[in-house]
Design a protein around this ligand. Structure first.
Ligand code: NAP
Length: 303
């Protein structure tokens, strides 16, 4: 029997683990993959986590994990299949075991959203990618397109421009959503061309990506762009399958919980990107981890 089971080992889950261990809360962290870290492990450079300017996302994840391990965190690697959250004792059911716990912290994060363009599914892994840092090296001296206008799209375009002959950034509006410092870095690059007010209607190719059909939203004209790779960076969707319908969620499926990370279900808490919030950053995820443990302590000890 655990006091707390944390599901997910990204920045929110690991920060929660660190705070829980320091509070002497008997906890288990369940992760679905060998590599902890959530989305951050695929980030080439993190330049906004205080004290760690320019750190590689993978290295930052390792530091989080080592910190939790140093304090004695107990991990198991097994996908969670289902949760039973009614009553004082909750059950976390994995493929092999059933774990009992007084509280659960959902820190399962979010994953990349698909574009929904024709040909996207067929060519995934054959030139269509959702992770520039994972797959960018395959496109050295080639022509690629990044779709989106947020932080991830601009970071991806900057990263790809280091190795690609040319990078198109295709955005549906005439203004980027990404933070200004990233925009400034992007505008300095000679081999990046931004295609404004445009959407990708089709990604085509037989065995691999050969090109895309782009439609200008202002005049509806379409054009073909011959490219070798497409990087989709149009936002995220919550990894909420485990708790869909069990806790209150917003219209996009994110879990509704305040800054204290408490859901309306007794003993069930949510932290990090899975939580309905305005700003999804590593620092807001780790902050959730700390706040969640503060709330969990109060719940466990009736404070
Ligand atoms: P995001 O900020 O939601 O941006 C998604 C972009 O994709 C927007 O520009 C959006 O256009 C566009 N888009 C959405 N659906 C589209 C569609 N169907 N077709 C074409 N374009 C579409 O998502 P993100 O860039 O993935 O970032 C996710 C979160 O992670 C953000 O909160 C971001 O700040 C955060 N992040 C944090 C760090 C860090 O902490 N260091 C690093 C990277 C990202 P509109 O602009 O028109 O809506």
């Amino acid at each position: 029997m655990y006091d707390l089971i944390i599901i997910g080992s990204g920045p929110a889950g690991l920060a929660a683990g660190i705070y829980a261990l320091r509070a002497r809360i008997n906890c288990l962290i369940i992760e679905k993959e060998a590599m902890s870290g959530g989305q951050v492990i695929n980030t080439y450079e993190v330049d906004n986590y205080p004290g760690m300017p320019g750190i590689n996302g993978f290295d930052l994840s390792i530091k989080f994990r080592e910190h939790a391990e140093k304090l004695g965190a107990q991990f198991i690697m097994e996908p969670v299949k289902s949760l039973e959250i009614d009553g004082d004792i909750k059950k976390v059911i994995t493929q092999k075991d059933t774990f009992e716990t007084k509280t659960i912290l959902i820190a399962t994060g979010a994953q990349w959203k698909k574009l929904g363009a024709k040909g996207e599914d067929k060519l995934q892994g054959m030139g269509v990618s959702y992770c520039a840092t994972c797959d960018g090296a395959f496109f050295r001296n080639k022509v690629t397109a990044v779709i989106g206008g947020g932080d991830v799209a601009v970071e991806d375009a900057i990263f790809l421009a280091r190795g690609c002959k040319k990078v198109y950034l295709i955005h549906r509006r005439d203004e980027l959503r990404a933070t200004k410092i990233l925009q400034e870095a992007l505008y300095k690059l000679d081999n990046v061309e931004i295609i404004w007010d445009s959407v990708v209607e089709e990604i085509y190719g037989e065995e691999k990506v050969e090109g895309i059909v782009v439609r200008n939203r202002l005049n509806n004209e379409t054009s073909n762009l011959e490219i070798d790779g497409v990087f989709v960076a149009v936002g995220t969707i919550p990894n909420s399958k485990l708790i869909d319908g069990k806790v209150e969620q917003d219209s996009h499926g994110y879990v509704i919980a305040g800054e204290n990370c408490k859901t309306k279900e007794p003993g069930i808490f949510a932290a990090g990107d899975i939580r309905s919030k305005e700003l999804r950053q590593i620092i807001t995820a780790t902050s959730d981890g700390a706040n969640a443990i503060y709330s969990i302590e109060k719940y466990l000890y009736n404070l």
